[in-house]
Design a protein around this ligand. Structure first.
Ligand SMILES: [Zn+2]
Length: 212
């Protein structure tokens, strides 16, 4: 289990956000997000600012149907899930494991593509935030035992100032029509478009368990 550090307690988190001048509405979202993620990881805190910024750039609120992509499986998926309601389960979140700290967000589109905003951590802008800079670069100079608190303070002080954005076009995934097919190996059913040759994924390339 993750050890609870003093700076990760909600009160310390609130104090750090106050000090950094984070807007009250966003403070609430950050607390919700930290709880969802189980602790206020630096990546989710930055993610909160990224999603908040993307929502504003799109001029939308999270009660609208939105589609999100994040370019890393680390931390950012939770920011999109909690702040923009793009979730794995509602199929409006796509995680592309490119390894970049970036997201795109777009509204629904009837076309094959949609205009989206891409928000990313801008390396050039990190230079004025030395602790974030060494943490982000995974540098040995970052000592998580002694620098966690100052990293958090710097993230809240930085807010959007470490981010940049651009307009992009993304492809829109259309819902597939499908029928149910029984796998001859396990006897369980799957949608036809997920059959791998003559068998289901669990009997094929996606096998991840053995019966015991
Ligand atoms: Zn099967």
């Amino acid at each position: 289990m993750q050890a609870v550090h003093p700076e990760e307690m909600p009160d310390a988190l609130k104090a750090s956000m106050e000090k950094g001048g984070v807007q009250p509405k966003l403070q609430k979202e950050v607390l919700r997000l930290s709880e969802f993620h189980t602790y206020p990881a630096p990546g989710v805190l930055i993610g909160a600012f990224m999603v908040d910024y993307a929502l504003e750039l799109l001029s939308v609120t999270p009660d609208k149907k939105l589609y999100g992509v994040c370019e890393t499986p680390k931390c950012l998926p939770d920011a999109l899930q909690v702040l923009a309601h793009c979730t794995t389960g509602n199929n409006r979140l796509r995680v592309v494991p490119i390894g970049k700290f970036a997201i795109t967000l777009n509204a629904p589109s009837e076309n094959e593509t949609a205009e989206a905003v891409r928000v990313y951590v801008d390396l050039g802008k990190l230079k004025t935030f030395p602790v974030i800079d060494i943490w982000y670069a995974n540098s040995p100079a970052y000592d998580k035992h002694t620098m966690k608190g100052s990293l958090q303070d710097e993230i809240f002080r930085a807010g959007r100032n470490i981010l940049s954005s651009e307009k992009v076009r993304v492809t829109v995934k259309k819902k597939k029509t499908w029928s149910s097919v029984t796998c001859p190996c396990c006897g369980e059913t799957v949608p036809d478009y997920l059959i791998e040759g003559d068998r289901c994924g669990a009997c094929g390339s996606m096998k991840y368990y053995e019966k015991i």
